[in-house]
Design a protein around this ligand. Structure first.
Ligand code: HEC
Ligand code: HEC
Length: 443
């Protein structure tokens, strides 16, 4: 089942962009550009990054295994086959294109509506039988240019993240999309005329989204750790050991150009020109579960977890380990709880994809997030568990009741004891008020 969720829509930021998308003036911290250079040099000293051939082969083989549809491979050269496989690895593993572009019509066949909250509605495009040329595709992924409706850029499509992939990896995605079986599914035209969008946002040619501007190396490399160093929004940790460095840098590449942890785990995720690094990966974004999925997942709404907060971050908990993270991803559940609850929406979908990536890549994501400097201050908050769906109070825990398909009444001392957007009133969790700011923020 593929139900769209309005993910980190850059609408607000895109709209703000109209009045000038340039960098805020002011000094860019310099301290860590030096650090980046020396990390770069240390990586360069490792021969492994200079030959990505082994990595490409392993990822391409895995990509061909995990493609949910058979791909057209007849007549392809070995090099083209590698590209198709690598593209599948990205589309179906490290990124989640089908989460938005898949529909009842088929794999990547498009049609899901995304409401722009009164400003219109857009529909995920049919990515099968793609008629864009490779150059047009690259331009779309890098600048948000909408080749179908030239009057305004793409607004739901997370090109602000994907733009950081290397040419090599974007071309692989294109090769895979061209190789999947075409599905006939005419997608309706978007309605975004109220947004007065610019046609596209020029690609800056260097990394400008974070605390430190950095040059963008390794356009011709796939899954390049050195490119990963360039696209980390925060300054790099000072104390990386040689054996952690490559994995940290590779993880940054995956997390910041493909899996988009930031889009869901940073609230708000960005201003027009920058990622919100003060709250980077500290969670708190609310996701409404689409109604048809609620009885299936037994969830009503979820809040993204605090990952790197000094006090409350998941990766700073004493019991943190790579094994714990991997088990959670692979079982798509809070395997560290008794009894284990399924993961909340939409992490459960992301975990479904990540459970298919090579162990080195999953480990790299872990090493990267682990290396991100801890967030302190007001952004470091505990985050609420997801609110559970019910049809009657027998679906809820003892002592709770079911109101408007949501379990309420859990004993509590403070709001954080209650489920997403609920409040603690007189020792029991109450459903969110209709004017709840938390509810209103739900994507
Ligand atoms: C959060 C949902 C979402 C995700 C994830 C997503 N897309 Fe999109 N994409 C859209 C929507 C919606 C549109 C069209 C409307 C818009 O954004 O304005 C679109 C448009 C596109 C277009 C333009 C197609 C055309 O006909 O011009 C391309 C190409 C594309 N997406 C590729 C991808 C690829 C490749 C991935 C995965 C790496 C991906 N998308 C992931 C939502 C998404
Ligand atoms: C599409 C949105 C989305 C994306 C992308 C996403 N997450 Fe999540 N994540 C969530 C939500 C929502 C939750 C809370 C789920 C729950 O309550 O069970 C969550 C939970 C988690 C948890 C469980 C934490 C805990 O307390 O048990 C981990 C670990 C995690 N995410 C890591 C990541 C990492 C690492 C990435 C990027 C590689 C990522 N997520 C990308 C939305 C997302």
């Amino acid at each position: 089942m593929r139900i769209p969720f309005v993910w980190a829509i850059p609408v607000a930021c895109v709209v703000a962009c109209v009045s000038g998308c340039t960098q805020p003036s002011g000094a860019v911290p310099s301290e860590s550009s030096i650090n980046t250079l020396s990390l770069e040099n240390r990586l360069a000293a490792e021969s492994r990054d200079d030959s990505d051939e082994v990595g490409v082969r392993a990822r391409a083989a895995q990509g061909l295994r995990i493609s949910p549809v058979a791909v057209r491979t007849s007549g392809l050269t070995r090099r083209q086959m590698l590209r198709v496989g690598l593209g599948s690895y990205i589309v179906n593993g490290t990124a989640d294109c089908n989460g938005c572009h898949g529909s009842a019509a088929g794999f990547l066949a498009g049609g899901n509506p995304f409401s722009l909250g009164g400003a219109g509605v857009v529909y995920a495009r049919n990515l099968t039988g793609l008629t864009l040329t490779e150059d047009q595709f690259m331009e779309t992924m890098r600048t948000g240019k909408d080749h179908r409706d030239q009057s305004g850029m793409l607004v739901v499509m997370p090109w602000l993240i994907f733009r950081w992939m290397s040419d090599e990896d974007l071309k692989a995605v294109y090769a895979y999309l061209r190789a999947v079986p075409p599905v006939q599914n005419a997608v309706r035209s978007d309605d975004k005329s109220n947004l007065h969008l610019p046609p596209a946002v020029p690609f800056p040619g260097k990394y400008t989204d974070g605390e430190i501007d950095r040059p963008l190396p390794h356009e011709a490399r796939s899954f390049s750790p050195r490119r990963g160093l360039a696209i980390a929004p925060r300054a790099h940790p000072e104390d990386l050991e040689d054996d952690e460095l490559r994995s940290y840098a590779l993880g940054s590449y995956i997390a910041n150009s493909m899996t988009a942890c930031n889009e869901c785990h940073t609230n708000p995720d960005r201003t027009p020109s920058k990622i919100n690094t003060a709250a980077y990966l500290s969670g708190g974004t609310v996701f409404g579960v689409p109604p048809p999925l609620q009885p299936v997942l037994h969830q009503v709404r979820a809040m993204s977890a605090n990952l790197v907060g000094e006090q409350y971050g998941f990766f700073n908990e004493p019991e943190d380990s790579y094994d714990r993270f991997r088990t959670i991803i692979q079982t798509r559940s809070h395997a560290d709880e008794t009894p284990p609850r399924p993961l909340g929406f939409p992490m459960v979908l992301i975990a479904g994809n990540l459970s298919k990536v090579l162990d080195d890549d999953l480990r790299a994501i872990y090493d990267y997030v682990k290396g991100v400097p801890s967030v302190t201050g007001t952004a470091d908050q505990p985050r609420q568990d997801y609110a559970r769906y019910c049809q009657s109070s027998t679906d809820c825990n003892a002592g709770e009741s079911c109101a408007s398909n949501e379990c309420i009444g859990k004993a509590c001392a403070v709001d954080i004891d209650c489920d997403t957007c609920q409040t603690c009133a007189g020792g029991a969790c109450a459903a969110p008020a209709t004017n709840s700011a938390c509810l209103a923020s739900a994507r």
